[in-house]
Write a protein that binds this ligand. Structure first.
Ligand code: ATP
Ligand code: MG
Length: 571
């Protein structure tokens, strides 16, 4: 008995605090065991890996407790929103591997919210303020000193009702008035100091066009939308902790309007907050990501250096590796900066299981096997993935003239150089053992050709082929390979936490975050691959084909190196 109890305790421990709260609600029989969550993006940009963390939580909880997770686009600010973003968000969530129940829009509730606001005005709980936003801000006070009441605070209900109608006409001047809740100008929680409920915006809305001119603020839309949909657990990030009392307050009022009472099955959404995902050497703020794109500091939202889901996909990260990373960092109540190296480790770990092993030479120099017959070639077997036999193999052509990496040859090599140098033996991957006999150089002393002799009896797989040689090099047959462009990516910013740095954002960018190599070669086999396929260029790193590829022009992205090189450089 004793033992069982301990096990149960351990199981509980591994639940995130959010899951523990959900389980407690289930145990107490709240909402008859119904679990409903939502992911509520504002369609004003592409989603990034921080959103992916929220997605994993929102969808994960629903999946785990047989509930449903819906999507709700928080589209209450038409000046920044667009259907382009809606479409990309739908695509990215699917790519991450999640399925939503319904797709809702906050704009579906504009009429309901309007009616609720009118009810509040009639109850004397809201008023039209005709001050400027600066004046309103000045009157807010500080958390320790009370604010000052607006001169419009006690205007007659009829006047506010009439002006509210006016706010919603094409003639209304943006910024000329707002609707505010009449709450408590002395409340230590600043969100209660007569929060703004509605503002005027004339930019046409991506769904409702020019039907509306007065739009609800986040605080007057989010909780109510949760309530209208029947959300049971409204999970969000820590910055919303101070908004929670207001979230609850508006729902109290909404229930009062509807004449509903509080009980265990009242389908009241409960807001729960967890820590945001922040990554070193990048930024997560949509405003800054917009800036990077708009100022063409990157090549677009899906630039492989971006922390966006589409950027990471283009770079060759697997959805599984992103999910594994998010799982490994967990959910807490404290904001922190997560190490990018951890994400890369998760990517390597997953790609090691999935990537097809191929050969590519990024910095080529010619190797001639002087005793290999001219005009002859042979097809050798190359195993696709030693980690997964089911992936099979493909063939690679061998011949007299090969490309190898320039770095793999040294004329005067130190003792521990286990690659090619005169008099030394190495194995060519999947092929023969060769012995270097010399090299040719140009006037400046650059090596232009390397010479070697192959041992015909040493082919991989041949009996007696297991003679010990220290190094194995990758190679390509000069007449049986293709030219390629290879894009090498590095961290986007030079500083660990650009968001916390006061210096100009532009000065923090890493000018060497993209290096393009135009003189690379890859196996012919790679022309069968498509963008997003996971590849390992043996001895170099993980790569994928970039969508910029056209017939006859292959472009590859380096997803991540084989080892963590940053760790060393930083020390
Ligand atoms: P904005 O600055 O435009 O408000 P946002 O990043 O908050 O941007 P939203 O579209 O409002 O974007 O976010 C949708 C959901 O994703 C919210 O619930 C938010 O809490 C969550 N989210 C956003 N950024 C992160 C992050 N870095 N880590 C975890 N969750 C995040
Ligand atoms: Mg937000």
């Amino acid at each position: 008995m004793e033992e069982k109890k301990i096990n149960e305790g351990e199981e509980k421990k591994s639940l995130s605090f959010v899951e523990q709260m959900v389980e407690k609600d289930l145990e107490e029989g709240k909402n008859a065991g119904r679990i409903q969550t939502r992911f509520p993006p504002e369609p004003n940009g592409y989603i990034h890996i921080g959103h992916a963390k929220a997605i994993c939580m929102d969808f994960g909880v629903a999946e785990k407790y047989n509930g449903v997770c819906n999507l709700r686009f928080d589209d209450t600010n038409p000046s920044k929103e667009d259907t382009e973003y809606v479409d990309s968000i739908l695509h990215d969530i699917q790519w991450l591997g999640f399925k939503w129940g319904n797709v809702y829009y906050a704009s579906d509730y504009f009429q309901q919210l309007w009616d609720f606001a009118v009810w509040m005005i009639k109850k004397g709980l809201a008023y039209i303020d005709e001050q400027t936003s600066e004046q309103i801000a000045q009157q807010k006070g500080t958390p320790t000193t009370p604010g000052t009441a607006s001169p419009y605070r006690d205007r007659p209900v009829e006047e506010s009702l009439k002006l509210f109608e006016q706010m919603n006409t094409p003639e209304a001047v943006e910024g000329s008035m707002v609707l505010r809740a009449k709450m408590d100008m002395a409340n230590p929680n600043m969100h209660f100091r007569d929060p703004v409920m509605y503002r005027i915006i004339h930019t046409p809305h991506h769904r409702t066009g020019t039907q509306w001119h007065a739009y609800p603020m986040y605080d007057f839309a989010h909780g109510q939308s949760d309530f209208f949909e029947g959300v049971t657990h409204s999970i969000c990030t820590l910055e919303f902790v101070p908004h929670r009392p207001l979230y609850d307050k508006f729902i109290d009022l909404l229930k009062e309007m509807r004449g509903e009472t509080a009980d265990i099955n009242d389908n009241r959404p409960r807001q729960i907050e967890f820590n945001r995902l922040n990554l070193t050497y990048t930024v997560m703020s949509k405003r800054k990501l917009h800036q990077l794109v708009d100022e063409k500091l990157v090549r677009g939202w899906d630039d492989p250096r971006m922390p966006t889901v589409c950027g990471m996909r283009r770079r060759g990260y697997s959805a599984q590796s992103i999910r594994n990373f998010i799982d490994s960092i967990g959910y807490t109540k404290f904001d922190a900066l997560n190490d990018y190296a951890l994400l890369e480790a998760a990517v390597r770990d997953d790609l090691n299981k999935k990537a097809c092993r191929v050969s590519a030479v990024l910095n080529p120099v010619k190797l001639i096997l002087t005793n290999y017959p001219e005009g002859q070639s042979e097809e050798l077997e190359a195993i696709n993935n030693p980690e997964n036999e089911a992936d099979g193999s493909h063939t690679i052509t061998f011949s007299r003239e090969l490309w190898i990496e320039r770095d793999d040859f040294m004329e005067d090599a130190p003792k521990k150089f286990f690659r090619l140098s005169p008099g030394k033996e190495v194995r060519l991957k999947n092929a023969y053992i060769i012995k270097c006999t010399g090299c040719k150089k140009d006037d400046e002393g650059n090596v232009t050709e390397i010479y070697a002799e192959y041992d015909p009896l040493s082919r991989s797989g041949m009996e007696g082929a297991n003679r010990k040689v220290k190094g194995t090099l990758h190679w390509l047959s000069v007449n049986h390979c293709q030219k390629a462009e290879v894009r090498l990516y590095d961290r986007l910013f030079n500083v660990e936490n650009p968001s916390a740095d006061d210096r100009d954002f532009h000065d923090l960018l890493n000018p060497e975050s993209l290096k393009v190599l135009n003189n690379c070669y890859v196996e012919n086999y790679l022309s069968e691959k498509k963008a997003g396929d996971f590849l390992q260029f043996q001895r170099i790193g993980y790569f994928t084909l970039d969508p910029d590829t056209t017939p006859g022009h292959l472009v590859f992205n380096r997803t991540v190196g084989l080892k963590d090189t940053w760790a060393k450089i930083n020390k």
